[in-house]
Design a protein around this ligand. Structure first.
Ligand code: CA
Length: 247
């Protein structure tokens, strides 16, 4: 097995919660150790039933899914995750010992974002995770985002509007980061809880409204509060071109 403990990886992106679904304890352990070392929070499941229980409590940012699992196979589980509204957008990387081209196609058709054949190096695993995250979950990377003069830098945790520094609390910062990496789309309160709080089980939906209010207050000095729109009956949207006042 090429997989070895603790490579010289560096923490190059924001901490993410990664669910590892793998029934072989030695591989699960090595993957978990390397992901933790890279700064991720790791959840572990040995089959789809355990994985479902963990997902109910906390939506992971990415799932590493073994192909050959006891009970429901990894491929069928990936298909199931893709049909569930809550897990539909969670990036999935399939892990498999097989290397045939036909299997690869089946793995990707099941809804997986990427595919890794065992054995793989921890360095390659971290790089693939980062690439998938950048594509599928840009709010989890540390790339600077800028929309309509509003600039957010995850590395320095700074936000500015037209060059003027703005003060945001940690939750408002994460909320704005998610909005700016997913602009022009309406997000329901429960979706925001999943993506910004990582959990919609133990937090009340009203909490979202409280932080939206604080976010708008923080953006008011440069007039960027207008970009955070309320969509009646649906949720909230960050837009580059505000159409109405939200006051
Ligand atoms: Ca297996």
């Amino acid at each position: 097995m090429e997989l070895s403990c603790c490579p010289h990886t560096v923490l190059t992106h924001m901490a993410s919660t990664i669910l590892v679904v793998e029934d072989e304890p030695a591989i699960a352990e090595l993957v978990a150790v390397n992901l933790s070392f890279a700064g991720h929070k790791v959840l572990r499941a040995a089959d789809s039933i355990q994985a479902d229980t963990l997902i109910r409590a906390e939506l992971p940012d990415l799932i590493l899914l073994d192909w050959m699992l006891p009970g429901m196979s990894g491929v069928n589980y990936a298909k199931k995750l893709r049909t569930d509204e809550r897990t539909r957008d969670v990036p999935i990387i399939m892990l498999t010992a097989r290397s045939q081209e036909g299997d690869k196609v089946e793995g990707l058709e099941s809804g997986a974002d990427d595919y890794m054949t065992k054995p793989f190096s921890p360095r390659e695993l971290i790089a693939r995770i980062k690439a998938v995250m950048r594509r599928r979950a840009p709010q989890l990377t540390d790339d600077t985002v800028e929309i309509a003069g509003l600039k957010l830098d995850p590395q320095t945790h700074r936000v500015s509007g037209g060059g003027q520094a703005l003060e945001l609390g940690p939750t408002e910062f994460r909320l704005l980061h998610f909005f700016m990496t997913h602009p022009e789309r309406v997000h329901s309160r429960s979706q925001l809880l999943d993506h910004v709080w990582g959990d919609h089980v133990f937090v009340e939906e009203r909490t979202v409204d409280v932080h939206i209010r604080r976010l708008r207050q923080a953006l008011t000095p440069t007039g960027h509060d207008r970009h955070v729109e309320t969509v009646r009956g649906s949720g909230y949207r960050f837009t580059a071109l505000p159409t109405e006042s939200n006051s």
